[in-house]
Design a protein around this ligand. Structure first.
Ligand SMILES: [Zn+2]
Length: 306
């Protein structure tokens, strides 16, 4: 069910589309439908082009991570593209903190680069200043009627600026949160660094959910919900690891059965002892009462059936 499809290798990095991409054409149709008019093909074409453009930006972001990882000598396993973003799978951490920071920063930096490429071209258009203002605040009062080229440039500028700034928020699992965790590892230790980054993830995520309600933006709501749940999961995982480290075996030890079995006992006697307990393994002693080894319930019951 949670599968993804390989679309090819981009700069040598295997790239996959997540199955939830099947929802994208549906979303395009919904966005292109107007009550009373029906499906408008010009809108379908427009939203399809915008979607392809957006995935281009996400792909550039992920390639920023993957190619920088490779440059640092770390294997980038693959890139997976989701409808609301993407992820570069880098299974092993780099040796140095500076490399880790560089790999996480490279994604947002790639978006900064795209925004900075679009900015001067947009400014060069007649009324360029107004265009920039409009794209920085599309719900503002400023009314502009951009041409198709200006629209594409404006989207390139604004979306990449949002992708860069958004991903640099110091909230786990965003790039900013991972950078923060990498930087805190040495001064306060792995565990505390994770606690700080994930708590910030929960706080900032909850703040973003409120903000998205204020804006009425379902995409931001979903992204914020994703941040909160990922942070909570990672925080919980860290807490459980800590509990395991603190728990001594004496606290989880099961009492040994009163009867001991010895190396010279018959298998039948061991089976009789297994019948009295739900233990799957029993200690076996030699005739000096020294621990000699273990017998497993499975091995005994499968061996001889009597
Ligand atoms: Zn990223």
């Amino acid at each position: 069910m949670f599968r993804s499809w390989r679309i090819g290798r981009i700069f040598g990095v295997p790239t996959e589309l997540h199955w939830s991409f099947l929802l994208v054409p549906l979303a395009i149709l919904v966005y292109s439908y107007e009550t009373g008019i029906g499906l408008r093909w010009s809108q379908v074409q427009w939203w399809s082009s915008v979607t392809i453009l957006l995935f281009g930006f996400v792909l550039v972001h992920e390639l920023g991570h993957a190619l920088t990882a490779r440059w640092c000598g770390v294997h980038a396993q693959k890139i997976i593209l989701f409808p609301l973003g993407g992820g570069a799978l880098i299974p092993h951490e780099p040796k140095r903190v500076s490399q880790e920071v560089l790999i996480y920063a490279a994604g947002p930096l790639a978006n900064v680069l795209l925004a900075l490429l679009a900015l001067p071209v947009l400014l060069y258009q007649p009324g360029g200043g107004y265009l920039i203002q409009y794209y920085l605040n599309p719900t503002g009062n400023l009314i502009v009627l951009p041409t198709l080229t200006e629209q594409l440039l404006g989207i390139t500028f604004a979306v990449n600026a949002v992708l860069a700034i958004g991903n640099l928020l110091p909230a786990y699992p965003l790039d900013g949160g991972r950078i923060l965790r990498a930087l805190l590892k040495r001064p306060i230790g792995d565990r505390r660094a994770t606690v700080v980054a994930t708590l910030l993830g929960i706080l900032i995520g909850v703040g973003l959910i409120g903000f998205s309600w204020h804006l009425g933006d379902p995409v931001l709501s979903l992204s914020a919900l994703f941040i909160v749940s990922f942070s909570a999961l990672e925080l919980n995982r860290g807490w459980q690891r800590r509990q395991l480290e603190r728990t001594e075996l004496v606290d989880v030890l099961r009492p040994a059965p009163a009867d001991r079995i010895y190396t010279t006992d018959s298998v039948a006697r061991a089976r009789a002892l297994f019948a009295k307990t739900d233990a799957r393994v029993l200690p076996v002693y030699d005739n000096w009462n020294q621990l000699s080894g273990f017998v497993e319930r499975e091995g005994l019951t499968a061996g001889g059936s009597a």
